[in-house]
Every structure is written in C-alpha cells, then in structure tokens.
Design a protein around this ligand. Sequence first.
Ligand SMILES: O=C(O)CCC(=O)C(=O)O
Ligand SMILES: [Fe+2]
Length: 383
Amino acid sequence: MAANSIPTIDYSLSTSPATRPQFLSQLRDALVGVGFFYLEKHPIPESLQDDLSAQSRGLFDLSPEKKEEIDMTSSKHFVGYVGTENSVTVTKKDYRETYTLGYETPAPNPDEPIYRNLRGPNLWPDSSDLPGFRLVMERYMTELRKLADEFKIFVAEALGLESNALAHLFDGAPFDRLMLAKYPQPTSPEQATEEQTVQGKGVHKDASLLTFLLPGTSHGGLEALSSTGEWIPAPPVPGTMIINVGLQLEALTGGVCYAALHKVVMRPELFVDSNGNDLGPRFSFPFFHTISLDAIQTDPLDLPPHILALVRDDDARRQARVRLRRLFQAGSAGYGVFASRLIVYQKVTQRWWPQFLDLLSFEKHVELGAALQSYSQIKPATV
Ligand SMILES: O=C(O)CCC(=O)C(=O)O
Ligand SMILES: [Fe+2]
C-alpha cells in the first residue's frame, strides 16, 4: 500500500449515508498505510480552537513561581506542568515545555487498584491569573471526547467490524489526556544536536489508541516515519487536525493499523515564514485518546480475513502480539499505562511512588506491571 504521503480525509463525508463508505475506505487506507491523516471540515468550533490557543499561551507566559505551583511533581496523578529541563524522550532531552490534564475527578479510594491514580484532580492555574482557562480546557476536552467517540465507530466500521466492536474497551471511567506543548525557538548552539537540528520531541510512538493533534501555530517540524523508512513531514494545514494511530490500536488490530514513529525536529528555518518573518515559539495541542484503564483484551480484535490480509508482514503481526501482551500483562490496561508514567516521570515517582523506584526502566516494564498488580492486591488499604 502506498504509504509515503499523509492523506486528507473530509469529515463531512462521514455524515451522509451516500458518502460514508467513501469516508470509511479512506480512513481504512490511512490507518493501515501511513498511520497519520489530516481531518478537514471537522466539528471543533474555530472559536474554541482560538480560545485554547490563547489560554495555552497565557499558561506558558506565567511566571516561573506560578508554574512551580502547578508543577507535575505536585500531583500523584501525572498531570500538570513539566518544564523544558525535565522533558525527555527515553533518555534524550526534548526542547519543549508541556502542561497535561485529564478529566477532573476526585482521587480514587484507597481500596481501588493503584492504576486508578492515573485519574484525579487536575492542577489548575490560579483563576485570577488565567480567568477562563479551566472552562476552555474542559470544553475542548468535551468536544474532543465527542469526536473520539465517533471515531471508535468509524474505526470499527472501516475495519469491517460491527459499529460497536470497540465499545467494550471503553467501559468504565474515561481516560484521555490533553497536552499543551510549547516549543521555544532554540537560541543557543548547545541546544542543537546534529546538523543544526534541535530535538523538540524525540522519536516515539504514542501510547494512545488514537491521537488528535491540533497545531497551534503554522510551524512545521512534525515528521512521521513511513513503513518503507522515509521521514514524511506533517506540517499544519489550516482548518485541519492531524490524527495518528497509537500503540493501542496497532496492538489491538494485530499490526493491521500502523502506529508510525514520529518526532518534532526544530531547524532554524522552521521558525521563520516565507517572507523571513519570525514565527515565535511553536505550539501544539495533542489529545491522547486511550481505552479505559479497566479494559482487558488479551486477544486481538476478531478482524475479517480481507482486513487481516492488509497487515504488512509477519514481523508487524508478531510485534503487535508482543505489544498486546505487554499492554494487558497484568490484567487491566491501567497497570501498563501506570508503569509507563512511573518510568517517564521519575520526579513524580520519587515523590509519590518511591516504592517502585528500583523497577524504573522499560526493560523492567513487565516486572513493574506485575509489582503494581500485586501491590493493589496485597496492600490496598495503604495506597
Ligand atoms: O508537537 C507535535 O507536533 C507532536 C507532539 C507529539 O508527537 C507528542 O507529544 O506525542
Ligand atoms: Fe506523539
């Protein structure tokens, strides 16, 4: 399957029975091919996108002291602000600052499984500093959740399944993350690695089912790796969002859907427009749509043969099997998700979850998942 350019899919085709088959067929090609697509004519109101962008700029403009108040280390739920100095992909530094939030909810009861601590209260900035911030973020998350709910149906249908074939993966409380990301313009040569390139975000696959990325500025820099090994640029296209397949969808479909590796590279020329004007910092807003933390699915989805035949090769199928096992290694999906957060955000782990500090590496991911599970079973009352 041709997989060397990023297709554009028209959301409005999904709304009429006459054009829906065309929409679903384009969606299937994108999920199986490059794993990234632009969604045009989507239903997120432009005014809400503008509000999101304005509030995000306001957040990153807060003083260091105010940012400290909402620093992720103040939350045991892996939400809040992470400064440039603490941003990494695996072990390499990312040159960006982020703020992450989820659905506002009380912390779980001590007798619930430990992974439910991935949900909890957000770290909101002071409303006198940023009036309207919380309202805009919550509105945006509500709209994105609605769009993601539609995509669960679209994806099922595009893969030849019943419309509700993914519904069971979302039983229980929803778990999604909205991230606001600011990539400051690199200023000093020390920030550059090779060929003047600064790592905005290092090479990775998203841990989500699907990611819905709203670019906040016109900067390029995002690139996706095709299955044939080419880096394909995915610059913002006005009026569209960028949707990409995450590891969960790849694993659940036995490798039929392709979770592309991707990265954000920052070359100096990306920070000026075609007239040579300075573009300022780069902003982007990914919404990581994820199956329920309580979901359990040990076998891949039961795809029809003509869809299964679309898998690239045996290796893709094998790797997806391994991923699926890892995802549900300890039962519910939440254990694996919690284990990954403990590994990625070690400062949070040091402060809130020190009992797991000696298991913090991706090589020990399986062990860590098992430790979390037995911790939930043996010592629930002390969580
Ligand atoms: O900022 C972007 O364009 C993409 C960021 C990204 O891939 C991520 O945060 O997972
Ligand atoms: Fe990503």
